[in-house]
Design a protein around this ligand. Sequence first.
Ligand code: FAD
Length: 405
Amino acid sequence: MRLYDVTIIGGGIIGFGTALGIQRKNPELKICVIEKDEVVSNHQTGHNSGVIHSGIYYKPGSLKADFCVEGRASMAEFCIEHNLKYIKCGKIIVAYEEEEFPRLENLYERGVANKVKGLEIIGPERIKEIEPYAAGLKALYAPNTGIVDYREITEKYAQISMENGADVFLGTSFESYWDPKTVGENLILETSKGEVETKLTINCAGLQSDIVAKKMGINPKLQIIPFRGEYYNLKPEKKDLVNGLIYPVPDPQFPFLGVHFTKTVHNGLVEAGPNAVLAYAREGYRKIDINPKELLSTLTFPGFMKFGAKNWMTGFKEINRSYRKNVFVKDLQKMIPEVQKSDLDSGGSGVRAQAIGTDGTMIDDFAIEVADKSIHVLNAPSPGATSSLVIGKYIANLALEKILS
Ligand SMILES: Cc1cc2nc3c(=O)[nH]c(=O)nc-3n(C[C@H](O)[C@H](O)[C@H](O)COP(=O)(O)OP(=O)(O)OC[C@H]3O[C@@H](n4cnc5c(N)ncnc54)[C@H](O)[C@@H]3O)c2cc1C
């Protein structure tokens, strides 16, 4: 059995961002990453919108605000340095009714407080210059927002971390651990392919992070609730209806940004979405995917019951939009009136790992819990991918403190 200084559970963008963060601080440390699937970035990282967010939405002083602003710059630099797909296409967040103006102004102020550069409030003429087919009375323009392919980026993170000496075990699932109190100084992790001895474990298991934490003796006061986001694709011949990114003004009660148009780095094709419906399985990418055990655990979690009691109306609207393309299209037509139902093909989907506290509140900020010989990333929703190098650096500092103390 090989001894590692650090074992990272989860081969998504946060797991590999953390591996790079540790190697940059201390290249001598022996690291391994264990990933249950046969490929990296098979879940949230490989099923997201591919946007490098600029840091507008987040409460000043929060981890999200700080990490995203620094993360945007470091992600853009990383893509340029490694010749990965990256387009700084800019984004508009559009108000369609006057009653949305205060929320738009509020977003502008947040962005300025977060030191997001180049923000401008613009009127209908400037909206048309940037996005000729977009409607709207007023918009917040964020010129530094960009698009990338996070799967490609994570593969590059993995490649670099292996070149730097990390071992990556794919198709290897973390199952349980032996407490050092019973076996000595280090943790012994039991995986589907045998045991791994490690001084420190970092849990970056995304949709499974609360389950992994519990298996490691942590009792987080939250649970991951899976919310599926479904996309439509604009037909290729309609892709020129969108130049960059067109978003609505989000509902401040929810961390989700509302269905939007996203240009992708894949031949300029455009996605519309994602919505946010409760998934009946943590890795439930289709409406028909149900995992009875996971669904029961969601429905009986007291935090979800409280959340559901407060937000059932929004939940109902999301389900209605998920099953009725007409309703989805109507929302999209607010942004681009020319878009027709026939212009849209069904697209992919992603499942967000959104932590909800036992008191029923959606945990808005990134949540990282530090224990004796383990660190747990318990909430890393959007802009987690944008922020991954900075989250990795932050966790590396925590890890080194633990290992060197
Ligand atoms: C629909 C959607 C749109 C989004 N859009 C954006 C965006 O445009 N920009 C942005 O910045 N962010 C976006 N996000 C958020 C972003 O994708 C996440 O913040 C990020 O991918 C989280 O990465 P992760 O490594 O924590 O999780 P994941 O990518 O889910 O990786 C976790 C990994 O852990 C593995 N794992 C789980 N359990 C075990 C186990 N027991 N043993 C071994 N391995 C295990 C899983 O197989 C998985 O590969 C979006 C997310 C979604 C779902």
